[in-house]
Design a protein around this ligand. Structure first.
Ligand SMILES: [Zn+2]
Length: 382
């Protein structure tokens, strides 16, 4: 064993390990079994700060693409490429996120989800349908021609084609101010699908009604919704105080001001779920890139439609960690929001924590929090 260098052993890793029960980084060696489950955590007697940092792998419930590929391409190759691209940024679990699309395109996505080969090293853990039942007035970069009134029979048909071994639909984003959104939310929840409220001008009463119906999260809080006003709390203000809602945050420093990020952590840290809302252009050179059917212009920091509307992000999970640390958010809140909270929300038992009995889904980073490698069930996927 050489301290100061990356430690290599097929069933172990050493570094300053984030120990979930305490939320501290401690020099330690993690050992796992052939199934990739952590069996032993051995403390190391060193004060070296050059050791790599080991965190639980990140889980991104809202990401549209990476490495030049978009989820709406709906091919096994494109989804593999997205998974690999995200793994390079420490992501060990993600929900392939659609945008509003016409029925044949959604069927194509479902067909790919049915055929996608599932194996323990895959970081694709589910689908997130973002739309198409959203409020056209808050569509963001979603294509207007695909946004439509709630149609439960359409969803029923799509889910009727599902089978147990396929990539499951775990989450849908719905606007709660549309007619029939209540029955839709109840219908989805009855089938174990989580519901985010988003892309909506919903008022406080409409938001509370949707929560009663079973909605349990908010899609990219502050973005794609009416802003917070001290006399009109609307959905944002309601979400900040409503304890049953998970809150997605995009932390590229462009979608939300860092001071507002600090505010959200101050009032609701245990409910924050960090996401990238990343698109195909993540890790690509500036220029024109795809988001569903759109072409978006990408510079070093953001992706926008022609009129300047933000179109997803080009944020990576590890960049989000570096941003948040720089803005003074404690590491334990960051890890909680990238790992433990999404695992808990989706019932991904034995994921999201570094603890005995949990899977060795890990990200190894250098002391500046740049990813060195990512492990899924104890095996490198980078
Ligand atoms: Zn999105």
């Amino acid at each position: 064993m050489t301290l100061g260098n990356t430690f290599h052993n097929e069933y172990a890793i050493e570094g300053r390990v984030y120990l979930s029960p305490t939320g501290n980084l401690e020099p330690a060696r993690l050992e796992w079994n052939a199934l990739g489950k952590i069996e032993r955590i051995v403390r190391l007697d060193t004060r070296s700060n050059d050791l790599p940092v080991i965190l639980p792998g990140f889980i991104d419930e809202h990401v549209h693409g990476a490495q030049g590929h978009d989820v709406m391409e709906a091919t096994i190759e494109s989804w593999d490429a997205i998974g690999q691209g995200l793994a390079r940024h420490g992501v060990t679990g993600f929900l392939a996120t659609t945008i509003s699309a016409l029925t044949p395109e959604i069927h194509k996505v479902m067909e790919c989800a049915r055929n996608y080969p599932r194996h323990p090293q895959s970081n694709l853990v589910g689908l997130h349908w973002e739309g198409p039942y959203i409020d056209p007035a808050f569509k963001g970069a979603q294509p207007l021609e695909a946004i439509r009134p709630v149609d439960i029979s359409e969803i029923e048909k799509l889910l009727g084609e599902c089978h147990e071994d396929m990539v499951p639909v775990r989450l849908m984003t719905v606007a709660p101010n549309l007619p029939l959104s209540g029955p839709l939310i109840r219908w989805l929840r009855a089938r174990g699908i989580h519901v985010n409220l988003g892309h909506t001008g919903a008022r406080r009463d409409e938001t509370l009604e949707a929560v009663k119906d079973g909605a349990d999260g908010i899609t990219h809080l502050f973005n794609g919704m009416a802003g917070l006003h001290h006399r009109h709390p609307r959905m944002v203000g309601t979400a900040l105080t409503e304890e049953s809602l998970w809150l997605e945050l995009i932390t590229d420093g462009i979608h939300i001001h860092p001071e507002v990020i600090r505010l959200v952590f101050h009032v609701a840290a245990p409910r924050v779920i960090l996401v990238t809302d990343g698109i195909s252009a993540t890790d690509c050179a500036p220029g024109q890139h795809k988001l569903g059917k759109w072409l978006v212009s990408v510079d070093e920091h953001s992706a926008r439609l022609e009129d300047g509307t933000l179109a997803g992000s080009i944020l990576s999970a590890d960049q989000s960690v570096r941003n948040l640390l720089q803005w003074g958010i404690p590491l334990r809140q960051i890890v909680h929001s990238w790992c433990e909270s999404p695992a808990k929300r989706f019932g991904l038992m034995e994921y999201g924590r570094i603890e005995r009995g949990y899977f060795a889904d890990l990200v190894e980073l250098d002391p500046e929090y740049r990813v060195l490698r990512t492990l899924k069930h104890g095996k490198s996927i980078t």
